[in-house]
Every structure is written in C-alpha cells, then in structure tokens.
Design a binder for this molecule. Sequence first.
Ligand code: SF4
Length: 325
Amino acid sequence: MSKIVLNSELLNKVFEGKEITSTDAYQIYQESENNPFEIYKASQILRNKNKRRIVTYSRKVFFNLINLCRDTCSYCTYKSEPGESKTSMMSKQDISSLASVGSKHKCTEALFVTGERPEQKYDEARLWLKENGFTSTAEYLVHASEIALNAGLFPHTNAGNLTKSEMSQLKKTNPSLGVMLENSSERLGEKGMPHEFAPSKNPRARIHVLENAGELSIPMTTGLLIGIGESPFEIIDSIFAIKSIHQKYGHIQEIILQNFQPKQDTAMRDVSGPEERYFKTMVALTRLIMPEMNIQIPPNLSPNSYPDFLQTGINDWGGDISNNS
Ligand code: SF4
C-alpha cells in the first residue's frame, strides 16, 4: 500500500503495519478531538485493506428465552420483573416453530438470548426448568440449540457468564458464542455506577469467560457499551483488553460497539447518550488498534445515521437486534 501522509506520525505507524500501544492510542484520541476526520479516513483505509470493502450482516432469528435476569444494570430495558412481559420461559414448541419459520425464510443464524441465570433469583424460572427436566437455563439452552440446529440454523448463544463446562456443552451445537465485555474498568461497578447491582458485569468475570472460551477454542463475539460513565481512556483500555485476549487465543471473531441510548423506564433515563462524534472516534480507534478485526455497530441504535459509520471502518451490521447481556 502506498504511504498516506496523515497529520499524525502515529497514524502512519499504523499504516506501516506497526502495532500501536495504549499510550499511542490515548495520544491519537487527544490529537483527534478537534479534527477526527483523519482517523476516520485511516480507519476506512484499514477496513478496505483488510476486509476488501465488504460489509456483512447476519440473517438471523432472535430467540428471546426469558427476560428475567439475576442482575440489574442501570441502563437495561431488556430485563423484566414477574408480572411484566416475557417473564415465562420460551417453550420447546415455540422454539421449534420459530426455528422452522426462520429456516423457511432462509435465515442462517439462531440467536439465543436470556437474562443472567434467572433461576438463581426467580421461582418462575426455577420451577419451569424443574418441571421440564432441566437444572439450569444453560442446560435448557443446550437443548434449544439442538432444536435450532436440527431445523437448519446455526445457534449463537448470548447468555452472560457461562461456565467453562456450560460452554463446552454448547460448543457441540453453537459455532460461536457471545458475551459483551461492556468495559474493562471496575469503576463502573462502584456505588452509583451502572454495574453496581450487576456482579456478572465485573470485568474480571467477563474476561475469565472470554479466556475460558479461548481455552476451548470457541469463536467469540464480544464488545463494549459506550457512554455509560466511562472515560475515553477506559474505552481504549477495554479495546486493548480484548486485543490482549485475542493475541493469546486468536478466538475473538467480532467486536460490537454499542452506543448507550437512554430509555424512560430505566435508572439512567436522564443520562444523555454519547455524542455521535465521540462514538465514531471510538469506532475508528478500534479499527486502528485491531486493523484486522470484524467490527460491528448495530444499526438499530443509530437509526438515522448508521450508514455514516461506514466512514469509521466498520465491516459488519450484525443482525436485526442488539442485546446488552
Ligand atoms: S443488561 Fe443483561 S445482565 Fe444487565 S440487567 Fe439487562 S439482561 Fe441483566
């Protein structure tokens, strides 16, 4: 590739195929605050070089098993309480019927989502599992994945912090699994912060899941939620945390970058989402830090401007829905 003259020496370092450090990335971020267009341009060039201008999406069916969740994240709109909607477990029959519909419409992926271990907190989930012969939601997910696979769909399970043994069972049917890191900063779990009541979002726990998946050679999708009270440097550190795991195991197949959107019925309803320019800068920085990674932004979180993100080096639109688990 011919050398491109950009404002920053550090950007040229990326073009020369050299890895940048987190200190380099902080500097690029600070230099780009007033003019982010140079790093947008750089990220596009790197995307085009590594992904051949191809932008993918997944034709998938969304299986929302149950919205009960043991944890409480301050931004979550997915979780419900008993008496609200979608608090009974999706039945085997419903899974089978939906899988058939998806298969008929030429979907390829079955995305299974649940709250974090609902049976640990809610009788409804515990009793349903017991009556249907399962000891945990994870065990039911193994069965649900078999149903989807038999219907011709590739299961992809996103069920929070699965154990190594659970992932090993799911590996038999799931070509890949997912768990969002969200952020690698433990500060976000402190008092008054969005993960105060979500122990499963402790970054050490999430990194442990990603490492276990690496030891099992399971391709993983992970990612960050941006705009929940973190600093820009904590985002950069989080991208490097993912990069470090990937360098060790080579199993991170995709990074999803989600922009926080405040919702009325949550504790963070009065917190503004991240400014689009800031979010785009973080997307572009991710491409600079991991030039060959698959990087996704979910279009449904930026419905009016998602095509603009092609300028920031993404190469995947995901499916039709995103999830915070
Ligand atoms: S974001 Fe996930 S872990 Fe947090 S409350 Fe919602 S469902 Fe539970």
